[in-house]
Design a protein around this ligand. Sequence first.
Ligand SMILES: [Zn+2]
Length: 122
Amino acid sequence: MIKGLFPKAKKLKSPSFDDFDLKEHSYISWIDIRANHRKYIIAYYQNKLTGIYGSFDPLQQKGICTLCGKHGEVGLFVAKVKGIRRDMSIKRGNYICQDSLNCNRNLTTLDKLNTFIERLQK
Ligand SMILES: [Zn+2]
């Protein structure tokens, strides 16, 4: 099921999701350290389970998270999105919490998460 969300990700390793439940968490995220610290994010977007992934570089200084809006330990999440032409892709970066569970707890609305997914999905 998880693999189907990331058709382009090669050698996808996902953790078991016994500990996670998307009813309790707005999004699920994990980092694959074997694939260059690639970060995967799964969330419901327009009632559909959606996956996005990109590189993740933790910042040395604190910043504001794009998803929960809190000031804390963040990292730069960079995902490739389609450009204007089909053969083009552009990189889009967002600062998001390093601690996804904490970030989930801080979410008071899904608006930012939805906007985030919408921008990176294309
Ligand atoms: Zn956050």
